[in-house]
Design a protein around this ligand. Sequence first.
Ligand code: ZN
Length: 135
Amino acid sequence: MMIIDIRKLNALKKYSGNMQMEYVADTSLIGIPFVEFVAPVKVEFSYELYEDDSLEIFGKITFGLKGKCSRCLKDAEMVVEGDLEAYFQPIKDAEDYSYTGGKVDLTKAVEDAIMACMPYTVSCGEDCQSLSYEG
Ligand SMILES: [Zn+2]
């Protein structure tokens, strides 16, 4: 679970800083057939905790995809990088993300970021020979 404990940050007066996490993402986030995550998604970001206990994070996610080239079905691997930006508020129906109980769960924001940068295809490389050119 990717949890940021707001009460703890307040108690330690750590109102800003950097964090790194890993997230084992579900294959269902990938819209490409025969493709899976190579390893946990790397989540790196800076945060600012404001006086009203809202939390802003900004950073990036990185993950590897492995599977069959979408064009020729050869083995393919690629690294994808995406932006992670989210604003969490301790109120219901927040504009961006809400949290309760003094704990911010990053899962939804990270999954949204993964889906936002998810490619539609993977390619084995520039030399890819598409099946459509054969025969
Ligand atoms: Zn290919």
